[in-house]
Ligand binder design. Structure first.
Ligand code: STR
Length: 508
């Protein structure tokens, strides 16, 4: 009897405590929840999380919450509220939650992507931005590196003329080399065994990150054997071994006379703080080898997996829309022709191509839920109070598929980013944030956009991309990991007749 009463009282307290504590304060509407397990039984178990959350919005509104374990998570699915979180109150919401799988990858929240708000994150983000500024112009500019790799890629594709292939490997090589130049000024030959290792561990990390299942909700479950967690640990071990090898070799030849890549910038910052105040400098402990390794690992992983994935999505949508592919090729033929290859200065002229990239980033965002944010202080979103420590997830999918903002949001229509005369790029709505926004926005946006543009322009100038002879079109459903991946598919590569003719005429 007494036990029953005690349980009853505790349950009541569990439900009423948050309300009593802040009497009169309005919180986002919540999914139902039970003691201990929270809203777990009420969350959809099947389907893509971003789509499930989008559906829940119909019932709960553009901002709602649920509880998992002791943590409250808020889902934001409208652009005005999203911008309040990311930009207006960007600092307050710049935290990152601690999750078991992420903690393994980020060596307890080091690096840039998954580091919590604080001086270590600020320092490393600033240094990554410094490194990007080194590649802005001059001999070292990113364009030069990208062009070189895209040119190798096209040479390889030419050897595959008439064949149907999965683009994963060749794209992975090209994109890995671009980011490897940015990080260490080095690149890989296609048969380098390390490439295979990177490819494998990246796949394992993507497969298991955030899908540790219940351990991310109930961290004490770490004590039980957990397959995904083991795969993740092993992949991270492999990655760290490879990066440590590179770092060690690099340190031997490092010289402050020539600072020309990300690792140079990080090592120089470390040396500067060593020389300051006899090593008592604040930054010094934030620049340990482990910190440096994690930052390089983040940039490497982000640079490769995101860009490769978007390039494959673009190709998939072109296979579904052969007429669009033809129109982009006509644009390239008209504005560039065959006597030279495309450069970044052509971005102002190849508008349909640019619109196509924008539309792919809308309809299949790289990270449909971005990376979870965390309230660093008590704050609010719209009219709702948000307590310190609350996890905040921006549902980018909801922004990009809002019917009030987009005409037929489920349809692939690059022309929505062009004015009716197709002579100018436009932003049809503000409900579009493919690279996030604010203090946590993507640091690689410029690089990514340059790579996507040059890839598409070069490949379509030279090749026809066609559905393989078996007639199999790629599935556009996708496979949401931290990156919204596309399932493997093949594409038939054909050197364009016009290109061949131009070559024999001696144009190129
Ligand atoms: C890919 C696999 C890998 O080896 C390392 C990383 C760490 C950084 C991650 C990256 C991942 C996936 C894409 C992320 C990126 C940081 C920013 C980027 C999540 C897991 C996005 O926000 C899309």
């Amino acid at each position: 009897m007494w036990e029953l009463l005690a349980i009853l009282l505790l349950t009541l307290a569990y439900y009423l405590w948050p309300k009593l504590r802040h009497f009169g304060v309005k919180y986002p509407k919540s999914l139902p929840f039970l003691p201990l397990i929270g809203s777990l039984p009420f969350l959809p178990r099947h389907g893509h999380p971003h789509i499930n959350f989008f559906k829940l919005q119909k019932k709960y509104g553009p901002i709602f919450s649920f509880r998992l374990g002791t943590k409250t998570t808020v889902i934001v699915g409208h652009h005005q509220l999203a911008k309040e979180v990311l930009i207006k109150k960007g600092r307050e919401f710049s935290g990152r939650p601690h999750m078991v799988t992420l903690a393994i990858l980020s060596d307890n929240q080091k690096g840039v992507a998954f580091a919590d708000y604080g001086p270590h994150w600020q320092l490393h983000r600033k240094l990554v931005q410094t490194a990007f500024s080194l590649f802005k112009d001059g001999q070292q500019r990113l364009e030069k590196t990208i062009l070189q790799e895209i040119s190798f890629l096209c040479d390889f594709l030419a050897t595959q003329n008439g064949q149907s292939i999965d683009l994963e490997q060749p794209l992975f090589l090209a994109v890995t080399n671009v980011i490897s130049m940015f990080c260490f000024n080095s690149s890989y030959k296609y048969d380098d065994p390390d490439l295979k290792i990177i490819h494998e561990y990246n796949k394992d990390i993507l497969d298991t990150l955030g899908s540790g299942g219940l351990v991310d909700i109930f961290p004490w479950m770490k004590i039980f054997p957990n397959k995904p967690l083991e795969i993740m640990k092993n992949a991270v071990k492999l990655r760290n071994k490879l990066l440590r090898k590179i770092l060690k070799k690099y340190k031997e030849k490092f010289s402050t006379d020539s600072i020309s890549n990300l690792l140079d910038v990080l090592l120089q910052a470390k040396m500067n703080s060593e020389n300051n105040n006899n090593g008592l400098d604040q930054d010094l402990k934030l620049l340990s080898d482990e910190h440096i390794l994690t930052t390089v690992g983040d940039i490497f992983g982000a640079g490769v997996e995101t860009t490769t994935s978007v390039m494959k999505w673009i190709v998939a949508f072109l296979l579904h829309n052969p007429q669009l592919k033809k129109e982009i090729q006509e644009e390239i033929d008209q504005k560039i022709g065959f006597s030279r290859t495309p450069t970044l200065s052509d971005r102002n002229h190849l508008l349909l191509l640019e619109a196509t990239i924008r539309e792919v980033l809308r309809i299949r965002p790289v990270a449909p839920l971005l990376i979870p944010h965390k309230a660093a202080t008590d704050s609010s979103i719209g009219e709702f109070a948000i307590e310190k420590g609350t996890h905040v997830i921006i549902n980018l999918w909801a922004l990009h598929h809002n019917e009030k903002e987009w005409d037929k949001p489920d349809q692939f229509m690059p022309e929505r980013f062009l004015d009716p005369t197709r002579s100018q790029l436009i932003s049809p709505t503000m409900s579009y944030l493919p690279f996030g926004a604010g203090p946590r926005s993507c640091v690689g946006e410029i690089l990514a956009r340059q790579e996507l543009f040059l890839f598409l322009a070069w490949v379509l100038q030279r090749f026809d991309l066609e559905v393989p002879d078996d007639g199999k079109l790629p599935s556009l459903d996708g496979n949401p990991k931290v990156v919204f991946l596309i399932n493997p598919f093949k594409v038939k590569i054909k050197v364009r007749q016009a290109w061949k003719e131009a070559c024999t005429e001696g144009g190129m």
